[in-house]
Design a protein around this ligand. Structure first.
Ligand code: 5AD
Ligand code: SF4
Length: 469
């Protein structure tokens, strides 16, 4: 048994990160024969991509995917810790699985992984109260899944293997991509920013950039396989390369990825601190780098930003924002937290001022959720939940107005859309524009997986309507 330990997780050592290759566990190779699996994913794209790795490893061991969780022999919950409601959702699901195991499927094997598995308190709770969970593994030992499964299937005991410190970068983990034309590519793991509210630096470990040659090899293979879009993933992609003190930075990587000829390049998430002018130049230079930037601001009050440990002021954010707006046709989205400890009405009004200035094209807004072990958990918080909910409501009302405004400007234009598939709207297709706006449109089913021209006919707050040209 290897349990998570926050003291270890917090440490940042100078130890060099090495590369190792994934090796399949030969003893586990037939473990999944005649068995099905279902992986339920919570949280961000990083987790979605981890699930693509988990599914491929399971299939190497003979398991077959089952879309209906209630019918699967093995269920894995890939969890998220970012806010309390993500926690609650996963624990709620565990309750359902317990019932399933007791009532209908006694042999059901249940596993938990992802960010919650890295939390000391969660794992202690699972050991005490959720004994029906068969195994737990963390974000740093994803590649060990075949070994953990071997043990879980052999022993009747709960198997827990969570490394608290990040290990090496493991290359060559198999991947079962959810899409045949859009792919996630990790460019870095972990985060060293330690924003005071955020649990990610604890659950995902120190920043480790992948070797550029491995990234470029992966992207080139995707191009060969007919992929149209890659999204370069990391908690703080702009800091790419800073951990190995290389002169090869995000702007160089972005340029080299664009040069592979892939039709669309996206990247997320960006921290304003590391966004360089060189990056902006590269985005402008290559038409296949999508003019869509996610730039979380978190607050419009410099006082709150300081307490959040964000390393920029409101004015510095706006200066960067203005530079980004010089990218032709750019759309800029953001994340905002309301109700951070000590945020008063005047701080909140500064956030509204910033939103009124930036007129974001899209945003994710949250009420501050204290996370165990982070500095902000201990900050004095005088604002009531009711006040926070009112702030969120007010903020969303204003933001929604701008989303609609930004969408309305597109009516009548012809845009490039990478077609994802059938829309939830009857008989329509859906996809995303270069500026990352969702569009539902009437068109040819054969265009799924292709980039086509679509005329925008109507605008809603969160989506566009259109017809294929
Ligand atoms: N409470 C509320 N929102 C949070 N986020 C991260 N940590 C917290 C927290 N403790 C938000 C930030 C981040 C996004 C991914 O989640 O806005 O950018
Ligand atoms: Fe969390 Fe800040 Fe790192 Fe983003 S940059 S993952 S908000 S610590």
């Amino acid at each position: 048994m290897q349990l998570p330990d926050y003291k270890e997780a917090r440490k940042r050592t100078r130890e060099e990160i090495k590369k190792e290759n994934y090796v399949i566990n030969q003893n586990a190779i037939n473990i999944g024969l005649n068995k099905t699996y279902h992986v339920k994913t919570y949280g961000c794209q990083m987790n979605e991509h981890d699930t693509e790795n988990i599914e491929a490893m399971l299939e190497q061991l003979g398991f077959v995917k089952e879309d209906n969780q209630d019918k699967a022999d093995l269920v894995i919950l890939n969890t998220c810790s970012i806010r309390e409601n993500a926690h609650n959702k996963a624990f709620g699901m565990l309750g359902r699985l317990k019932h399933l195991k007791e009532e209908t499927n006694k042999d059901l094997v249940i596993g938990i992984c992802g960010c919650m598995a890295q939390e000391e308190k969660v794992v202690n709770e699972i050991m005490k109260k959720y004994k029906f969970v068969n195994f737990v593994f963390g974000t740093h030992n994803l590649h060990r899944l075949p070994y953990i499964l071997e043990e879980a299937f052999k022993s009747k005991k709960q198997v827990i293997e969570v490394f608290s410190k990040e290990g090496n970068i493991v290359e060559g983990i198999p991947v079962r991509r959810a899409s045949k034309f859009k792919a996630y590519v990790n460019i870095m793991y972990g985060c060293d920013k330690f924003c005071t509210y955020c649990i990610v630096p604890y659950t995902r470990g120190k920043q480790r950039s992948r070797d550029k040659d491995d990234i470029l090899r992966e992207v080139k293979k995707l191009v060969e396989d007919g992929y149209k879009e890659v999204t370069l993933l990391g908690q703080n992609v702009n800091a790419y390369g800073k951990d190995f003190n290389s002169s090869y930075k995000m702007e160089n990587l972005l340029e080299d990825v664009a040069k592979t000829g892939i039709e669309r390049v996206r990247f997320m998430t960006s921290h304003p601190w590391d966004f360089t002018d060189e990056m902006i130049d590269v985005i402008k230079k290559y038409p296949n780098i999508m003019p869509s930037i996610h730039l979380p601001v978190q607050s419009g009050s410099s006082k709150v930003l300081k307490l959040m440990g964000r390393r920029y002021t409101k004015e510095e954010y706006i200066t960067l924002f203005d530079k980004l707006r010089t990218i032709p046709n750019v759309s800029i989205s953001t994340d905002i937290i309301v109700g951070f400890p000590s945020e008063d009405e005047s701080d909140f009004n500064e956030t509204l001022d910033l939103v009124n200035y930036c007129k974001f094209d899209n945003a994710y807004t949250f009420i501050f959720s204290p996370r165990e072990g982070t500095p902000a958990e201990k900050f004095k918080d005088m604002t009531t939940l009711h006040e926070k909910e009112e702030r969120l409501y007010k903020l969303n009302e204003i933001m929604n107005k701008y989303f609609l405004e930004s969408n309305k400007k597109m009516v009548g234009k012809v845009v490039d859309v990478l077609v994802d598939g059938q829309s939830e709207k009857d008989g329509m297709l859906c996809g995303y524009t270069d500026t990352n706006k969702l569009i539902n449109f009437t068109g040819d089913v054969d265009s799924i997986g292709k980039i086509v021209k679509v005329e925008v006919t109507d605008a809603k707050t969160w989506s566009l309507d259109g017809k294929q040209k």
